[in-house]
Design a protein around this ligand. Structure first.
Ligand SMILES: *[C@@H]1O[C@H](CO)[C@@H](O)[C@H](O)[C@H]1NC(C)=O
Ligand SMILES: *[C@@H]1O[C@H](CO)[C@@H](O)[C@H](O)[C@H]1NC(C)=O
Ligand SMILES: *[C@@H]1O[C@H](CO)[C@@H](O)[C@H](O)[C@H]1NC(C)=O
Ligand SMILES: *[C@@H]1O[C@H](CO)[C@@H](O)[C@H](O)[C@H]1NC(C)=O
Ligand SMILES: *[C@@H]1O[C@H](CO)[C@@H](O)[C@H](O)[C@H]1NC(C)=O
Ligand SMILES: *[C@@H]1O[C@H](CO)[C@@H](O)[C@H](O)[C@H]1NC(C)=O
Ligand SMILES: *[C@@H]1O[C@H](CO)[C@@H](O)[C@H](O)[C@H]1NC(C)=O
Ligand SMILES: *[C@@H]1O[C@H](CO)[C@@H](O)[C@H](O)[C@H]1NC(C)=O
Ligand SMILES: *[C@@H]1O[C@H](CO)[C@@H](O)[C@H](O)[C@H]1NC(C)=O
Ligand SMILES: *[C@@H]1O[C@H](CO)[C@@H](O)[C@H](O)[C@H]1NC(C)=O
Ligand SMILES: CC(=O)N[C@H]1CO[C@H](CO)[C@@H](O)[C@@H]1O
Ligand SMILES: CC(=O)N[C@H]1CO[C@H](CO)[C@@H](O)[C@@H]1O
Length: 769
């Protein structure tokens, strides 16, 4: 059996026999005494086509040469003899690939040893390769040639056997020997030992699971990494221990799954993320909210799931939209849309065609609630303001296009007592305004009235002060009287129904100065009017018969009667007893200027001056003088004082008993004294003495002389007789006197009975005792 075919079979059954070969290796090599070295042979003087050459090599040697390294090439170029046709080598194009026919391996780039410009494939079928041996140029280099060309056959004899190397090596023919060329990942003389890599341990948040076909963490060991939920491998998920003794990748790590980073929140909104592990990674949650006027489209919250995907997209904020607006009929609309048509903050302004009026808001704005601030306004035909009849007036309108619309004309009139304050008509113009203001009806105005002096005015107004309908009432202060009717009224013609009255001071009676006096008046409001005061005074000798002043009161009466000047009276004078007086009275009896002359009757004397004046003070110039009776000598002083008692003895001469009657006073004019003597005495002298008007006794005073005979009885009788006669005479006298009294009374108011009586010179005698 050929070594080559051994080799091939070994390759085929490589996987099955590897363990067996490993165990029998030593025995094989030891017993056979080594493999044969690789030796070259060639056909001498016989050139063959490629197929024939290969067949020859396989028949006599192992196979056609497969050039393997530079050393081998140099060796062949040295060893082989020159052949003008050069030698075929075991390289041929199979399926357009240059293939080592011995090993069925395609030519590697490194192993190429083409001559310059080759392979040039000149002509058809240059599918076989020759080696230039000893060519001088491009020595030992290859050239492609047609396989039918005849060249020397270059053969080799193999020295490898199936036991030369482990199953993890390729037995390479050397020049004269073989070497075990280890498969990658194996080392050792027979390539029986696998190359080891570093040990691999579980990553954080994960685990590793390894398969070790050639020993722990040795060549071809593979490790599979797994990560916890929400984590992902950073690096290759599988590590393979390479032939170099290094893992094909660095050990993987478990990295938290990262969701696509979210740069920012939604436009016009905000995003609020919480990241429990890492930014925008597994279990991160983000919440979305939108600015005012914007609605959230999408979830309000997303989460980074374990696959590294957000549960949703970043929500968007879309502007809140209000319903579309359309311009009103006969109008126009202009919108400003900062955030989109009919959207939040959009605002639309409205206008109307000429002649139309916008009713509603001139400008609408879209609110954050999705509502317009108001309804769309409407354009209504222009209208003038509604007019109403003015107060106290009436209005009469004619309309062309509707009440108070363009063309309407209105006429105004006023009630009686009111006047239009402007023109009577107005018209609704095309601008929707009245051609002029509607007039007002203003009450007729009367003149302004003022309160009368010393009075007041109280007006009641219907339509304004001193206007039509105003009524004014006048009143006067105390002491003043209206000089007319108290009220007046402003008529519809603007005139007062009557003149405003005045307040005139109350008038008192005219005063005149009293006779024998004067008057001095001061006036406040006119002579002898309210407030006037008059002072009265009298001439000398006259007295006011009341208070000196009076005043004109508010009632128009004097506070008191004007006083009179009365002449001053002196005390009434009476004629002195036994006298009389002759008075003159220029003003009044016994008053100022009265003058009296006083005189006394016969037998009487005036004590004092005979004249009396009543002066201005009402005082007589002196006290009233009196008429003193003329005095005679007191006879008692002449007589012996106590008459003798009857029992006593009497002397020869004795004072007479005197019995006097004193009609006017003791021992005065007209006193009559009778003398008598006691029994046994007689009278020496006159029995009777009388006092004359000159104050002399009519005779000498008698005396009594002793008489033996008593004549007491008879003298008493005589006295009785005298008295009886006197009584009879008195009775007669009384009768005449009565007649006289009656006569006197008719002549004089002032009658002194006593005086008159005594004027008659009758002096009745009477007894003192
Ligand atoms: C091969 O060639 C060598 C010399 O190079 C020779 O000794 C040997 O006999 C040859 N083998 C055969 C089988 O011809
Ligand atoms: C060489 O390989 C080709 C295809 O790769 C195959 O068809 C052929 O049979 C092989 N030859 C040998 C001797 O193994
Ligand atoms: C051939 O090679 C093998 C392995 O390299 C070696 O052990 C042996 O001694 C060699 N034989 C000769 C004759 O050189
Ligand atoms: C190493 O692993 C690769 C890929 O799985 C495989 O093709 C190869 O045969 C393995 N080698 C060995 C010696 O196990
Ligand atoms: C974000 O959310 C947290 C928790 O709900 C809250 O405490 C914080 O005030 C929020 N921040 C803002 C800016 O809204
Ligand atoms: C993620 O959130 C879930 C539920 O809120 C919780 O059970 C879990 O422990 C969290 N994971 C981490 C790593 O915080
Ligand atoms: C996120 O937005 C994208 C594109 O905008 C869309 O295709 C996808 O359906 C959205 N996801 C969700 C959960 O709405
Ligand atoms: C609206 O206004 C525009 C610009 O002012 C004007 O040109 C247009 O004629 C108006 N339309 C109406 C209906 O008034
Ligand atoms: C509406 O009114 C607002 C606030 O008064 C103002 O800012 C805006 O300019 C107006 N828009 C129009 C179209 O007149
Ligand atoms: C009184 O006096 C006047 C003149 O003085 C005299 O004329 C008059 O006669 C006298 N009257 C008497 C009664 O004496
Ligand atoms: C008679 C008598 O005596 N007569 C006398 C009266 O008185 C006078 C005088 O007083 C005498 O002279 C008388 O003689
Ligand atoms: C002198 C004198 O008169 N004598 C008288 C005395 O009295 C008698 C009688 O009474 C008288 O007669 C006397 O004459």
């Amino acid at each position: 059996m050929l070594p080559w075919s051994n080799y091939l079979r070994q390759s085929l059954y490589n996987r099955l026999l590897v363990i067996l070969l490993m165990t029998i290796y030593h025995d094989l090599t030891g017993e056979t005494g080594g493999v044969q070295a690789w030796t070259y042979n060639y056909s001498v003087n016989q050139n063959l086509d490629w197929d024939s050459a290969r067949q020859w090599c396989r028949q006599h040697y192992t196979d056609m040469v497969a050039i393997q390294n530079q050393e081998e090439i140099v060796y062949l170029n040295t060893m082989l003899p020159r052949n003008s046709q050069y030698y075929w080598i075991g390289l041929r194009k199979v399926n357009e690939m240059w293939t080592w026919m011995g090993t069925n391996k395609t030519l590697t780039k490194e192993a190429e040893n083409w001559a310059a410009g080759e392979p040039n494939n000149v002509g058809d079928g240059q599918d076989c390769v020759e080696i230039y041996i000893k060519r001088g140029k491009d020595e030992a280099k290859w050239n492609d040639e047609r396989c039918t060309k005849k060249k020397g056959a270059l053969c080799y004899t193999a020295s490898c056997s199936e036991h030369c190397c482990s199953t993890h090596a390729e037995c390479l023919e050397n020049i004269g020997n073989y070497t075990c060329q280890c498969d990658p990942g194996f080392k050792g003389p027979r390539c029986q030992e696998a190359v080891a890599c570093d040990t691999v341990s579980d990553p954080d948040q994960g685990s590793v699971n390894c398969d070790h076909p050639h020993g722990l963490f040795a060549f071809n060991s593979s490790c599979q990494f797994h990560c916890a939920r929400g984590y992902q491998l950073l690096g290759a998920s599988q590590l393979l221990c390479q032939a170099t003794g290094f893992w094909d990748h660095p050990a993987a790590q478990c990295q938290v799954k990262q969701c696509p980073s979210l740069d920012s929140g939604p436009h016009r909104g905000t995003m609020n993320c919480s990241n429990p592990i890492a930014l925008h990674s597994y279990n991160s949650t983000c919440e979305f909210s939108c600015d005012l006027g914007f609605d959230l489209i999408g979830p309000d919250r997303i989460q980074c799931d374990h696959t590294g995907q957000w549960t949703g997209n970043v929500s968007t904020c879309t502007v809140v939209r209000c319903g579309p607006l359309s311009p009103p009929a006969m109008g126009n609309m202009s919108c400003v849309d900062p955030l989109g048509a009919s959207s939040f903050t959009s605002s639309c302004g409205f206008s109307c065609e000429e002649g139309y009026l916008l009713r509603g808001d001139i400008n609408l704005t879209c609110l954050s609630t999705g509502q317009w601030t108001n309804h769309t306004p409407a354009c209504e035909p222009l209208q003038c303001d509604v007019l109403t009849s003015p107060p106290h007036g009436s209005m009469n309108c004619s309309d062309l296009y509707g009440q108070f619309h363009y063309g309407s004309q209105c006429l105004f009139s006023c009630e009686e007592g009111f006047l239009l304050n402007g023109l009577a008509d107005t018209e609704c113009t095309s601008l929707g305004t009245w051609s002029r203001r509607a007039p007002l009806c203003l009450a007729q105005q009367c003149d302004v009235l003022t309160s009368p002096s010393h009075g007041s005015m109280n007006c009641s107004d219907l339509y304004g002060q001193f206007h039509y309908g105003s009524q004014c009432l006048f009143s006067c202060e105390e002491g003043f009287l209206l000089n007319g009717l108290a009220d007046t009224e402003c008529t519809s013609l603007g005139t007062w129904s009557r003149r405003a009255p005045l307040c005139l001071a109350q008038q008192c009676d005219v005063l005149t100065s009293p006779s024998h006096g004067s008057m001095n008046c001061s006036d406040l409001y006119g002579q002898f009017h309210y407030g006037s005061q008059c002072l009265f005074s009298c001439e000398e000798g006259f007295l006011l018969n009341g208070l000196a002043d009076t005043e004109c009161t508010s009632l128009g009466t004097w506070s008191r009667r004007a006083p009179l000047c009365l002449v001053r009276h002196c005390p009434l004078l009476v004629e002195p007893w036994r006298g009389w007086m002759n008075c003159t009275h220029p003003y009044s009896p016994f008053s100022y200027s009265s003058h009296c002359l006083l005189q006394c009757n016969e037998g009487f004397l005036l004590t004092g001056a005979p004249t009396m004046h009543c002066n201005a003070l009402g005082v007589w110039s002196q006290d009233l003088p009196s008429c003193q009776v003329v005095q005679c000598e007191n006879l008692l002083h002449r007589l012996p004082s106590p008459p003798p008692t009857p029992s006593s003895t009497p002397p020869p001469t004795l004072g007479p008993s005197m019995n006097c009657s004193h009609s006017l006073g003791e021992f005065s004019f007209s006193s009559l004294c009778l003398f008598t003597c006691s029994k046994g005495y007689y009278l020496n002298g006159t029995e009777e003495l009388s006092c004359t008007s000159e104050g002399q006794w009519s005779d000498l005073v008698p005396s009594c002389q002793r008489n033996i005979t008593s004549v007491q009885e008879s003298s008493r009788m005589l006295v009785y007789a005298v008295v009886g006669a006197a009584s009879a005479a008195g009775l007669l006298l009384l009768l005449g006197l009565g007649m006289l009294v009656a006569k006197k009374l008719s002549k004089k108011g002032d009658f002194n009975f006593e005086n008159s009586l005594w004027e008659e010179r009758e002096n009745p005698a009477f007894e003192i005792s």
